[in-house]
Design a protein around this ligand. Structure first.
Ligand SMILES: Nc1ncnc2c1ncn2[C@@H]1O[C@H](COP(=O)(O)OP(=O)(O)OP(=O)(O)O)[C@@H](O)[C@H]1O
Ligand SMILES: [Mg+2]
Length: 498
């Protein structure tokens, strides 16, 4: 085991991170870089898949070189990634035929409306995902409809489709492995999460040959080896695991009732529901957490798209702060929110409203409103947005949420975590290492190769930093929450004209 390490790649929405872990799960080398966000029109968000690939490769080499390591020092590679974003490429040239369409893209909103009545419910009960614009299958259809010659190439199976994990693996193996993990497949709206196969009936309706789709494999397992030309030696790839799922795994949310909440660009709360999917139809997504041999785990998920991104907006758009860390001190510089509420619906409202016509709003400003009130209202708004779906998800998952494990950049904010404990009336547990996403992929890659013997060995490397306990009673919570609900109601349908 000496000199052996695990290399983990986090291919996120705004950037790529590569970390090399030792057997104590400590990061010994780190390299990261942002990549270009293309927004050709207000409803479109695209990525250049080649840029993602080249930056990933460069960062892998950099992470190795800066510690004087080479391929033979790496026992295994794990990849975690943004979900739902889709790449369509030519099997023969390896070139994408269109930029990747990103999970935030709204271009297929009208198409989703068109199919909703006939397919909405059936698709939800098959895929677990609430039917809407964010749907990889509609993105693929859009590409086939708009790129000249694409339909013909699809019909003769000359194209391949994949999520970012699939694309990177295909590139790393020089086209030898075209595969996807269960976790990523379950986020595409093309996968039957009960029968564990591609949802062919729906793909037929859209005219997308199932042959273009990758082979679905266990999240932790065999994804081939890197081509020898890349690092001089082959390195095995042993885990592809979607981002929220990776964080669940890293946070030891492996049994029913376990809950984690990741505060990154958006905030995602996932409740493990065990080995059987349920489809209660109350606007929450059911996802396949992972499949590892006989271990299969499902989760219910609620999310708010813009949370850390709202803090970024305070910094870059409103220029009210210089950095995200400052928000804690500023929020604590005032006694309370001073009656100010910030609904961070900057790209619409997600669960449980799914209102893409809503927009962000700051309300309750008066002559005494201070800088600190606006900042505090932002952090409180993030927590209230989660509370909005808490009862639904708790009912759907049949779990009384009493403890939430947090991670991601925003979880470092003590004020926000205390407010979360108070408003969710639940304990909030923060680990020392809040970078759970990349750690989850590292754990899986290491477990697959025997680098770590079992999960307990993995979890024994992690320590709790702080536990936040709820301090206010339910009556007081309801008083604040009523005001919040009134604020949300005023943001609804804002963009709708006519
Ligand atoms: N102390 C803080 N208080 C509040 N928000 C913070 C704090 N520190 C960072 N953030 C926010 O957290 C986000 C960064 O966290 P993280 O690095 O986990 O996100 P990410 O990995 O880039 O996002 P994603 O995985 O969702 O693409 C930023 O949006 C930032 O505004
Ligand atoms: Mg992240």
């Amino acid at each position: 085991m000496a000199n052996q390490y695990i290399l983990s790649i986090d291919a996120g929405t705004t950037g790529i991170k590569v970390s090399i872990f030792d057997d104590s799960a400590l990061v010994i080398s780190n390299a990261s870089e942002e990549f270009t966000q293309y927004t050709p029109s207000s409803e479109k968000v695209e990525h250049d898949a080649n840029e993602i690939w080249y930056k990933t490769l460069t960062l892998m080499k950099k992470a190795l070189q800066q510690e004087g390591l080479n391929a033979s020092n790496i026992a295994s590679i794990g990849i975690t990634n943004q979900r739902t974003t889709i790449v369509v490429w030519d099997k023969n040239t390896g070139e994408p035929i269109h930029p990747a369409i990103v999970w935030q893209d709204q271009r297929t909103a009208d198409t989703a409306e068109f199919y909703k009545e006939k397919w909405g419910e059936k698709n939800y009960k098959t895929t677990g995902l609430v039917f809407g614009a964010v749907n990889s299958t509609l993105f693929i259809k859009w590409i086939l409809d708009h790129v000249p010659g694409a339909k013909e190439k699809a019909a003769s199976h000359q194209l391949l489709v994949g999520t970012i994990d699939t694309w990177l693996t295909w590139k790393l193996t020089k086209g030898r492995v075209h595969a996807v993990s269960y976790s990523n497949a379950s986020a595409t709206s093309a996968f039957d999460i009960t029968n564990l196969c591609w949802y062919e009936e729906w793909l037929n309706e859209l005219g997308i040959p199932v042959e273009l789709f990758p082979e679905v494999r266990d999240d932790m397992g065999d994804y081939g080896v890197t081509d020898i030309s890349l690092f001089g030696e082959e390195i095995p790839i042993n885990a592809l695991i979607a981002d929220q799922h990776a964080a669940m795994f890293a946070q030891n949310c492996r049994e029913p009732g376990h809950v984690k909440c990741t505060h990154g660009t958006g905030s995602f709360l996932d409740v493990n529901i065990g080995d059987t999917p349920v489809f209660p139809g109350n606007s929450m997504n059911t996802i396949l957490g992972w499949k590892i041999g006989d271990e299969i785990r499902y989760a219910m998920e609620g999310y708010v798209s813009v949370t850390g991104a709202a803090v970024q907006w305070l910094r870059d758009g409103a220029k009210l702060i210089e950095n995200a860390e400052q928000t804690e001190e500023l929020a604590l510089s005032v006694e309370d929110n001073g009656g100010v509420y910030f609904v961070p619906a900057l790209t619409g409202l997600s669960a449980p409203y799914w209102d893409s016509h809503a927009r962000g709003m700051i309300i309750g400003i008066h002559r005494g409103t201070q800088h600190g009130h606006l900042i505090r209202a932002t952090l409180e708004g993030i927590v209230y947005s989660i509370k909005d779906f808490l009862d639904t998800i708790s009912r759907d998952a049949n779990v009384q949420i009493q403890s939430v494990k947090v991670d991601g950049g925003g979880s470092k904010n003590n004020f926000m975590m205390q407010f979360q404990a108070d408003m969710l009336h639940s304990e909030v547990v923060r680990p020392l290492n809040t970078d759970a996403t990349i750690l989850g992929a590292a754990f899986m890659a290491g477990l697959a190769t025997g680098y770590w013997r079992n999960v307990d060995e993995c979890y024994s490397t992690q320590n709790i930093d702080r536990v936040f306990q709820p301090t206010i009673d339910k009556e007081e919570i309801n008083k604040y929450y009523e005001r919040w609900s009134k604020a949300v109601s005023k943001t609804r349908d804002w963009m709708h004209v006519g």
